[in-house]
Design a protein around this ligand. Sequence first.
Ligand SMILES: [Zn+2]
Length: 390
Amino acid sequence: MRLSRAAVAAALAVSAMLTGVATLPETAAATSPLLQRPFVAPGGATALTLAVTPGEVATGRAVTLSGRLYDPATGLGSADDDVRLEVAAADGTWTELALLRTDGSGHVTAAEAPAATTTYRLHHGDLGSGQESVSPVVQVTVRPLTARFSRDGVQVGRAVAVRGVLAADPGSWVRLELFRDRRWRVADRARTAADGSYSFTVTPTQTGFSRYRVVRDAGVGRPRSVAALPPLDAFRLHTYSVTTRGTVRADVAAFRSVVAATYADPHGWRRGHHRFQEVRRGGDFTVVLAQARYLPAYSWECSTTYSCRVGRFVIINQDRWRGGSRHFSADLLTYRRMLVNHETGHWLGRGHAYCPRPGAPAPVMQQQSKGLQGCQPNPWPLGREIAAVS
Ligand SMILES: [Zn+2]
């Protein structure tokens, strides 16, 4: 429905008499710094203004868009007229969001809670018609909720922080949620500081991955903010030292570095939530690079041919470290990783495993130095071996 110009003018005159409202056009500076010069179609009879407050919000927070349809020649507001609130799509096209009706002085207002940064304009009249007018565009910047762990993993029983920012929304509540038994459960709540920042502390009590997220509800019917977090790895930390026994000709620094890299590798026992940290002396266990003849000195069960694990000692036979095994049909680095993982697997409490079927990757706890039993050489713990130590 459209009102004739005469009807609008009459309505305005009545409106002005009844309410005493000023009919002068409002200046851009008086409403908002975001307001630009209104666009008037060539030959158009109306002009539109648009302003928004605030221009920056957190997800789910409402903004107020206000504009005015008026006659630029007289400054008279266009009462009881249709104005479309439009949003810009990524490709630059405009979509109608709401149909608004001007009040007695030509004003329209709308409350919106954008889920993401959005550009708005007001539009009056049919496209290309002499009556068409478009307001300047305004943009509402939506600042999403952020969250991150202070570390990618944490030792069981130790604390890790979750920190983030809910920009443009200080003093509001956010909650930490933990996914358990197939649903999200509230783990903690915190209030954002003056700069929008917040923090939580998480202290896992068992090993494994756990999923957390931070949520802020904006109110019924409004988009809520969810900040996803990567899975948190709660691990057992083992300390170890490296030493040598007998006459060692191998490069000990290289040995130390292969051991550390094998422990740090995501394919290794680390996948089962075990992490290893080298210390100068002592530690939970000792990795020994030993001259072959000293192996039996640790136990009658250790031979001069192979590597061995006795109590706290993970003993790598120098002959195998340097020369590999004729049964192991892969490169020397792969063989060395297998040695480290196999003997450390014993220290973690795992016994020997056997080739499950020809062609399959060998379990790391298989005695691959003695023969592959038809399996493929493999330096890393298999899924079921990881599960057994998790
Ligand atoms: Zn073994």
